[in-house]
Design a protein around this ligand. Structure first.
Ligand SMILES: Nc1ncnc2c1ncn2[C@@H]1O[C@H](COP(=O)(O)OP(=O)(O)OP(=O)(O)O)[C@@H](O)[C@H]1O
Ligand SMILES: [Mg+2]
Length: 450
């Protein structure tokens, strides 16, 4: 008689389980996700009950935040690093993850806190070289190690306040047979480090590599395990880098940090509107949007190109704008503002490689497209914000006051805004209630003739 299998292989991604192992999960099609689990749970010793604690009696000093010394990083974290929290920092190779965290560690160590850098990717000498370039190593302590048990034991003994693991993909636990970087290893490493962080009270940054589609490599459970997930994005060919939170247990996920990569490391850009919100006077197909990222209004130049096409399905190509949003704006322009784009390709691009998720940029996108389609520039010194509805009506955008302040700071003389926006003298608020009215008010003279 065949012996009953003592273990079962299950997929943490989709929950599929089977009596044998598959390289590719038959449930969700992911590779290498099946992990072996014992079918018969070991009998646990009878557990003793624990006393309950009233939440009001919990001391809150543990939730005090540690300033990271990098203001843009603090902003994205929601006002500093929370003690005993685990932050996953993902980003493409070479985007500057190690640079950002090394300068932050240096700044934290300068305030007298104990910090440790665990490096599995670079040698001590390489890290030293980078630290010298960034202006010194402060009191950073370093542990070049890839064995997970050693890293956890060292952290438990040394008890630093902040630790950086560069990267989580290089750590491996001896009892798991698979190679470092495999799903099982990465998950085990993250789970154990989260436990150490919570028990000992260390704030840990985990550096994670990203896959081709931009998500952090390893199982999605990694994102559930940690407290914050930060994405470091950037254009390889330009010096600007954007840091944003995709998950944050202690703050908003809308905040945005902007950096510039220089020879002396990453320099925060406290005023990104200066950089991305300028357009040339009289340029056709360009408009300035005043979008809101978290609590920060940011001015962004939007460029559009409309070119005739023979394709049965004209192209709608968006960089930095959700393609569905672009399709909707093109449809609203055609239906409600008489900008026919049925036989034209439409390309839209946001300056600086920034991605806009906020609907408040709709009007500026519509203006840029209409300007390109009609060959008429947007009015001089005009910025715009407001959401376009499917009926062609402009909806009020949130936090109008802050947006107007930002436009005033950058010297815009007029702002195209939805009806109902409180007026002011500087900048002048130009109200519009529909998409058609917005184009009439936003495009330079001579556009409304058709
Ligand atoms: N001397 C320098 N001057 C200017 N920029 C530099 C200099 N040296 C390195 N860089 C920048 O730093 C980047 C590498 O940063 P870093 O090593 O922090 O990236 P990373 O995200 O940690 O990469 P990886 O995933 O490979 O570890 C390079 O892409 C380069 O743009
Ligand atoms: Mg690195």
């Amino acid at each position: 008689m065949a012996k009953a299998a003592a273990s079962v292989f299950s997929c943490p991604e989709c929950g599929y389980s089977s009596g044998r192992w598959f390289g590719k999960c038959p449930g969700c099609g992911e590779f290498g996700t099946l992990v072996e689990e014992s079918k018969f749970p070991t009998t646990a010793p009878a557990a003793a009950a624990k006393p309950l604690l009233r939440l009001v009696e919990v001391e809150t000093e543990e939730a005090e935040r540690i300033p990271t010394g990098v203001p843009e990083l603090d902003r994205v974290l929601g006002g500093g690093l929370v003690r005993a929290s685990v932050v996953l920092v993902g980003g493409e190779p070479g985007v500057g993850k190690s640079t950002l965290l090394l300068s932050s560690l240096r700044a934290i160590s300068d305030t007298g806190r104990r910090v440790v850098l665990v490096t599995g990717e670079e040698s001590r000498a390489q890290v030293k070289l980078r630290a010298d370039r960034l202006g010194g190593a402060g009191a950073i302590e370093i542990l070049p190690e890839t064995q997970l048990e050693t890293v956890c034991a060292t952290l438990e003994r040394e008890r630093p306040e902040v630790c950086v693991i560069d990267s989580v993909q290089t750590l491996a636990a001896a009892e798991i047979g698979s190679a470092p970087g495999s799903v099982a290893q990465v998950r085990e490493a993250a789970a154990r480090l989260v436990r150490v962080a919570k028990e000992v009270g260390i704030a840990i940054f985990l550096v994670g590599h990203v896959t081709k589609d931009g998500s952090v490599a390893g199982p999605r459970v990694l994102e559930h395990l940690v407290d914050c997930v930060l994405q470091f994005e950037g254009d390889r060919y330009r010096a600007h880098r954007i840091l944003r939170a995709t998950k944050n247990r202690f703050g908003s996920t809308n905040e945005l940090g902007v950096f510039e990569m220089t020879g002396a490391g990453l320099v925060g850009v406290p005023d990104p509107s200066q950089l991305f919100g300028r357009s040339e006077v009289g340029e056709i197909g360009a408009a300035v949007a005043c979008a809101l990222e978290g609590t920060r209004p940011i001015l962004l130049e939007i460029q559009a190109l409309v070119s005739p096409t023979d394709l049965a399905m004209p192209r709608r190509v968006a960089t930095g704008v959700d393609p569905k949003r672009l399709a909707m704006i093109v449809a609203v322009l055609g239906r409600h503002a008489r900008v026919a784009l049925g036989s034209a390709d439409v390309f839209v691009n946001v300056a600086g490689g920034i991605r806009i998720d906020e609907p408040g940029a709709d009007v500026a996108i519509a203006l840029a497209i209409a300007s390109a389609a009609k060959g008429v520039p947007v009015r001089d010194g005009l910025a715009a914000f407001g959401e376009l509805g499917l009926t062609g009506r402009l909806r009020a955008a949130s936090q109008a006051e802050r947006r107007l302040d930002e436009c005033a700071k950058l010297g815009f003389s007029a702002v195209l805004a939805p009806k109902g926006t409180p007026g002011r003298r500087q900048p002048k608020v130009v109200e519009a209630d529909t998409a058609a009215a917005a184009l009439r008010a936003g495009l330079a003279e001579g556009a409304g003739s058709d």
